[in-house]
Design a protein around this ligand. Sequence first.
Ligand code: FES
Ligand code: FES
Length: 166
Amino acid sequence: MAEAVGTQKISVTVNGVKYEREVNVRTLLTDFIRRELGLTGTHVGCEQGVCGACTILLDGDAVRSCLTLAVQANGRSVTTIEGLGSPEQLHPIQEAFREKHGLQCGFCTPGFIITVSAYLAENPDPSEHEIREALSGNICRCTGYQNIIESVIEAAQKMKAIEPAT
Ligand code: FES
Ligand code: FES
């Protein structure tokens, strides 16, 4: 069947599952993930690229899904917070945030954790200063930054214990 005007068929792998959908070309990736796929762990704060709450991984890179069109994810791989761990088996970064009380209301937490996962993949042994810089694009309205930093330090140690340097 032909595509409707202003729509495009896309194929996106989200958290390891391939989805094929016809979307309006103006649909934001945030809305595609949350409304079309029902993955509401990706939060929406500012909707203008400032707060970082909507951060997801696109082919391993941390991107703002509120500044990305769903059609830009065509043929690519997306990871949301739901793809990192499970309630039964938290991802080490999630575990570190839990242990170090790196969240209060939790609204910003998915964005922080996704940002941290991309950052630690590139820099597994960051200094506190580097962590602060890496997280400067994520806003926590509860202002629990100190515990977030401690969570990331703990997360880096947990990740190193799993994947020792070669
Ligand atoms: S909702 Fe995307 S950066 Fe704030
Ligand atoms: S924990 Fe509430 S906004 Fe960050």
